[in-house]
Design a protein around this ligand. Structure first.
Ligand code: ATP
Length: 518
């Protein structure tokens, strides 16, 4: 698998992703998508929107679905009445525990810093409380490798294990909340123990002020998720469109979180885009719909080309679930920096609609005119929420697509992106810059450009031009050569196999369109 260094450097060199406002030193946790990146991310969002919303057929159940259903879309404002965030629980509870190292000045999310002790093979686990010293290692996992601890603690850790025949690393969950244990814990890179502060909660919402007055009455928040916009518009959508439960509302939009520790390129950013569905159904069917959406969303990534072997569906244990959630699963991808969440699918019961009904005083119950039983005509639907990140998805597609192989005795870098996601669908080249070839190539480029994103390139050796497109993930390169002038055909070279076929010019536009689903 590609290293992050290589990927970040390709992303920058080829104009996929740049650090935000880089000429001023950048802004931690913020990224800009360049000319290729914006096309990739737009294609990810378009694929999601088409597959989930605009091309959904509401007249019959999709494969695996319990019933036919409606899907509609929304585009809500980023700033909302702050009462939304009180009712949703974000003002009171959308926080992460934060710890600082007084020595190194590093800041960590306490739940992403795990404390380990070293036991000999013979020790029993109760001995861990007596072990000295303890080592804090960045990461959420309770399994650490020797390399990870050594990376954070170098010589000190090696000294502790030097004379041990066999040893185990044992995690101490909650150690950072315990003053004694914290006092014996070395922070990553620290020269003495006990430099970590007790965990403090830190609200992740960005605050701003609306209007001219900057006081408590004018506080507003940049939304930390798009979901609440859907809940507060639930009644408006029911009243104005002809949707009937079960149905879903999809939304794509920016979300903002003042993450304690933005890292891993765009994976954890402070400004990012979400692609969320709130799917409303009867309580009795929520379990079936949950399984349907969980499996369908997992399959979406597979269908768009992510390697199934690097994808995982992780069902949460009951003790991991939020108090209102009945079930939750994460779609995880094996990134170069570890296996991490791409999307969460949750059965949120009727928690959100109930919170907003209670806080706003508005009746948000759904009125089912087709229900013969008057008692059951009004009810609060339960909600299944598939919540994905466009930036994380784009990053996963990039990591998965990156490949190096050998072509013509040379190493080439190629992005094997699904043609639907590829930023540029086709490149048109005249073999040489004379003999009428540029004119024929330009005419073909213009015809393609009316349907899809194509580029024209006449500079440099043909092999170099192919490589440039391989690195950008362009699935097809079309070359106008001497034969074109005789029989009106061109060569179409396929990115992954480098195979070439000759195609009559009048067929090229439909040939490329069909194969890139443009
Ligand atoms: P994490 O545990 O990684 O912080 P989360 O469980 O809080 O994520 P959700 O609130 O479920 O995330 O958000 C839904 C989706 O939004 C995530 O699966 C992810 O794709 C995306 N997302 C959340 N936070 C970020 C972020 N800081 N940067 C980029 N994408 C994010």
């Amino acid at each position: 698998m590609v290293s992050m260094d290589k990927l970040v450097s390709l992303a920058k060199r080829r104009g996929f992703i740049f650090p935000s406002s880089e000429i001023y030193g950048g802004l931690n946790g913020c990224w800009d998508y360049g000319p290729l990146g914006v096309e990739l991310k737009r294609n990810v969002k378009d694929a999601w929107w088409e597959d989930m919303v605009s091309r959904h057929d509401n007249t019959m159940p999709p494969a695996g679905a319990p019933a036919a259903f409606d899907m509609v879309g929304l585009d809500c404002s980023i700033l909302m009445n702050p009462r939304v965030w009180e009712a949703s629980g974000h003002v009171g509870g959308f926080s992460d525990p934060m710890v600082d190292c007084r020595e190194t000045k590093n800041r960590f999310r306490a739940d992403q810093l795990t404390v380990f002790g070293v036991l000999t093979d013979a020790d029993d686990d109760s001995r861990i409380m007596d072990v000295e010293p303890l080592f804090a290692v960045p990461g959420e996992s309770e399994a650490a490798t020797e390399a990870e601890v050594a990376a954070a603690h170098g010589k000190r850790f090696r000294r502790v294990i030097r004379n041990l025949r066999g040893y185990r690393l044992v995690a101490l969950p909650g150690a950072l909340d315990n003053e004694k244990l914290r006092g014996r814990t070395y922070a990553p890179g620290a020269s003495e123990p006990g430099t970590l502060t007790p965990p403090r909660t830190f609200n992740l919402m960005f605050e701003t002020h609306v209007g001219a007055m900057r006081d408590a009455s004018s506080v507003a928040y940049l939304r930390p998720e798009t979901a609440q916009g859907i809940f507060v518009n639930f009644k408006a959508v029911c009243d104005t469109s002809r949707v009937r439960v079960p149905f879903g509302i999809g939304q794509i939009g920016k979300a903002f979180r003042n993450e304690i520790n933005p890292r891993n390129f765009t994976f954890r950013s402070r400004e990012f885009e979400q692609m969320e569905i709130e799917f409303f159904c009867a309580a009795e069917q929520a379990g079936d719909w949950y399984r349907y959406w969980r499996d369908r969303r997992f399959q979406w990534y597979v269908d768009l080309g992510l390697d199934r072997a690097r994808l995982r569906l992780r069902e949460h244990h009951s003790d991991e679930l939020a108090h209102y959630a009945a079930a939750c699963a994460d779609v995880e991808y094996e990134f170069p920096f570890g296996t991490s969440e791409l999307e969460g699918i949750a059965n949120r019961t009727d928690f959100d609609l109930r919170q907003h009904m209670d806080a706003s005083g508005k009746d948000l119950r759904y009125f089912d005119v087709h229900q013969p039983d008057p008692e059951r005509r009004r009810f609060l639907p339960h909600v299944i929420e598939p919540s994905a990140g466009a930036d994380r998805a784009a990053l996963a597609f990039l990591c998965d697509a990156y490949d190096e192989d050998r072509v013509g005795g040379e190493t080439r870098t190629v992005l094997r992106l699904d043609p639907r996601l590829a930023p540029i669908k086709a490149a048109v080249f005249p073999l040489i810059r004379k003999g009428g070839m540029p004119e024929r190539a330009l005419a073909l480029y213009r015809a393609l450009r009316t349907k899809l994103n194509a580029v024209y390139d006449e500079k440099g050796a043909i092999g170099r031009r192919y490589r440039r497109q391989d690195e950008a993930g362009t699935p097809f390169c079309i070359t106008v050569d001497g034969e074109t002038l005789e029989d009106d055909t061109v060569t179409v070279r396929e990115r992954d196999t480098c195979e070439q076929v000759r195609i009559p010019i009048p067929e090229v536009v439909s040939y490329i369109s069909d194969r890139t689903a443009a």
